[in-house]
Write a protein that binds this ligand. Sequence first.
Ligand code: TXA
Ligand code: MG
Length: 309
Amino acid sequence: MLRRGLLVAFPTETVYGLGADARNPAAVTAIFAAKGRPADHPVIVHLPRRAAMAEWAAEVPPMADALADAFWPGPLTLILRRAPGVSDAITGGQDTVGLRVPNHLVALGLLREFGAALAAPSANRFGRISPTTAAHVEAEFGDEVAAVVDGGACPVGVESTIVDVTGPRPRLLRPGMILEDAIEAILDVELEVARDHQGPRVSGRLESHYAPDAPVELVTQEHLTRRLDDCARQGLRVAALARRESLLDHLHDVIWARMPDHPVQYARVLYAELRSADDLKPDRILVELPPRTPAWNAIHDRLRRAASG
Ligand code: TXA
Ligand code: MG
């Protein structure tokens, strides 16, 4: 199917991707049509092996080598200068390209059998929550994709960390579960953190990305029970994602998901829980804000975007 230019969704360790032959511009264009994504947004190229980097990047700076050594295969996307011949369909017309080698047996098996790179954004419609199971992809696209390869639930659960290594200093474009500290430890320099309005167009950095249909409200732990009471008084149907048992006292008419205390486990279930909550068509989704430590950065980033939808 991929060789015929069709779209095949597949699991990665982060989220499911909507894959197409990265060397077939018509196939890549079909991704944009299926997602309803603006054509000037670049997509990530998934490589079967690290050596393929040289076919896609005009140059591989030492920083990129060091990060690939440390984290590939894995949930890290590197932004590099594109090699001649990399199509505008992939790069959104920019002179850079995003590359990663995913750390998932099914993704790697597919990539190696295919024998070449796959362009794959997350397999969701533009602006919606990324899918972490094959059933989520089916719910997004139904028959519009040629196939969905079912590899079970994605173990990481949120999208890859994106680091731009085209400049003199590395820049974090999207936080992920490979943490800033870990990257800085490898490079021995401080990461610049891109502000949302700077730099190239990156759809993952639009404010209202990763949003459910229901309004999402982020609430600090100390305000959560009061907010639940307010909503109950207003007759609002609430779904709550929270991290403590004491909430059980406030559960009249509240649909509740107990979220894990550890960020790695929290990230793994976040999108599935947001989808389940949204499927109930509540008036509000209340999410208890997690701690502010760096291990939670990617989760805070996604929650903030879900809430600004
Ligand atoms: O974990 C992931 O990265 C998943 C899985 C499927 O690999 N993919 C993913 O793709 O999240 P997508 O397209 O939903 O988000 C990729 C992000 C987008 O925000 C895109 O704009 C950015 O990567 N990106 C891709 N190429 C870029 C480039 N040349 N410069 C800046 N940003 C780029
Ligand atoms: Mg996406």
